[in-house]
Design a binder for this molecule. Structure first.
Ligand SMILES: *Cc1c(COP(=O)(O)O)cnc(C)c1O
Length: 459
């Protein structure tokens, strides 16, 4: 396996970032023990961190019996375990209700639809997200409108949101991306002024806090994903949370074929609204439930290590840690992001820096590419539904793209961003030092690396 393939295969899989089996790259490339520690591994030195990293998800022996009991019971369909999981998840967040859903994407669709978002509406969101956020908007027949991000925080910029509000705007869908809060006070103020719904995409930010409040509980509703790479992994799974009982009852009905539930029980005989089936099963719920007791500790470890690492790297030329809003009381670092500037590294291209980090045994990737330029939005605009609902001007793709330019997002995606996975932040403090040391070592020897690169010997 060559170097590039190794990096590609292990660095990115699934929706966010998943670091698979952690074999030290230098072990694979055969350094024969003659390398020197002081030189970067990419030019023949020794890896700073050959020992590997915590994998993900983490399984404990004590989970075996509980999951096996559910499997042996034959009671696999939504029942008591799922209810208990929902109850405990709601309690941990400090919100009245949680409803499990088959996955995060459908949690967003469930929340948007039951908040009344439909064909003809516009929903303002961020371009710096996983594609599911935008797919959810299109699945409601609505038009995604992109508000550019704040280059320092990687989060949706409230100033840009306000510029995108039109009479057709129905909702704002901020994403707490990478495990850090979006600027909720400003976003909620804009929503109040223009009478807009706000749904928080919290799929990457389980137990993170803004102003002491858990993310997902600040706006009208919050949506979670429990996909394999997420901070609460079930494989597939999701949840909608809210303090609005009637809304939550409608979401319940929607997720269960429109059968009435709670406040929606009445004189209806059977299904009373358009619904679908996006229920979670009992064994999936148990896989989530058994992990809940460890979530606070894991979130705190990532927060402590994340803050520490930001401090360690902030003085390195060409490196800028992400900025957190002053209201951020806890970030959970679903990813550990920072900004890379080749000027601090003798002009070293970002891809080469990433390769050098991987050679040190620090799994590193570039992160998202600009998603608003992918073909799926054009495909939606060309669909029969969109052609029937919207005027030709509204779904003129060229005009739409021109109005949805996001230069800050493009710069972060195409030039600056660097990511590491959340599970790496579950390692000990000396491992955080190894990450900082690797960046510093590569920076210090950037000239030597670039000479080899320019001669075509590496990269
Ligand atoms: C993972 C993710 C989703 C979708 O969740 P799935 O469970 O994979 O459907 C939505 N939004 C963001 C920001 C995500 O990271």
């Amino acid at each position: 396996m060559d170097r590039r393939k190794f990096i590609k295969n292990t660095a990115l899989a699934g929706a966010g970032l998943y670091v698979g089996s952690m074999v030290s790259p230098s072990m694979l490339w055969g350094m024969n023990g003659m390398a020197r520690k002081s030189l970067p591994a990419i030019i023949g030195g020794e890896s700073v961190h050959p020992g590997g990293w915590p994998g993900w998800p983490l399984w404990k022996d004590e989970y075996d019996q509980k999951v096996l009991d559910v499997l042996r019971s034959g009671s696999w369909f939504r029942a008591g375990v799922t209810e208990e999981f929902e109850k405990q998840w709601a309690e941990m967040l400090g919100v009245k209700r949680a409803l499990t859903i088959a996955n995060g994407t459908n949690s967003l669709i469930t929340a948007l639809k039951n908040m009344g978002v439909t064909a003809g509406d516009e929903v303002i969101t961020t371009p710096y997200t996983f594609v599911a956020t935008v797919q959810a908007i299109l699945n409601c027949g609505a038009i995604p409108v992109f508000a550019d991000i704040d280059r320092e925080t990687f989060q949706i910029d409230p100033v840009q949101i306000e510029k995108k509000v039109t009479p057709r705007t129905k909702a704002i869908l901020p994403v707490h991306i990478l495990g850090m809060p979006a600027d909720m006070n400003r976003i909620m103020a804009i929503a109040k002024k223009h009478n807009l719904i706000v749904i928080e995409d919290t799929c990457q930010s389980h137990l993170a806090e803004y102003d002491g409040k858990k993310l997902g509980t600040i706006a009208d509703a919050g949506c979670f994903s429990f996909q394999n790479s997420k901070n609460l992994p079930i494989g597939e799974g999701g949840a909608v949370v809210s303090n609005d009982e009637v809304f939550m009852d409608r979401c319940f009905s929607y997720h269960n074929q429109g059968f009435p539930y709670g406040t929606q029980l009445g004189e209806w005989g059977g299904s009373f609204m358009i619904g679908t089936n996006v229920r979670l099963s009992e064994y999936q719920s148990m896989v989530g439930l058994v992990q809940l007791p460890y979530m606070v500790e894991q979130a705190n470890t990532r927060w402590e290590n994340g803050k520490y690492l930001m401090e360690q790297i902030k003085g390195i030329p060409g490196i800028t840690p992400i900025k957190l809003y002053k209201e951020c009381t806890k970030a959970v670092f679903h990813l550990f992001p920072y900004r890379y500037n080749p000027e601090g590294f003798e002009g070293m291209p970002r891809e080469l820096f990433i390769e050098a980090m991987n050679a040190e045994g620090i799994p590193t990737v570039a992160g998202y590419t600009p998603l608003h330029t992918e073909p799926f939005i054009k495909s939606a605009f060309e669909s029969t539904l969109y052609k029937k609902v919207y005027s030709p001007e509204q779904i003129d793709y060229e005009a739409y793209m021109a109005a949805n330019q996001c230069p800050e997002n493009d710069a972060i995606c195409n030039e600056e961003s660097i990511w590491m996975s959340q599970s790496m932040l579950l390692a000990d403090k000396s491992s955080m030092d190894d990450i900082a040391e690797s960046i510093a070592k590569i920076q210090k020897h950037a000239g030597s690396i670039m000479r080899k690169y320019n001669k075509g010997e590496i990269g």
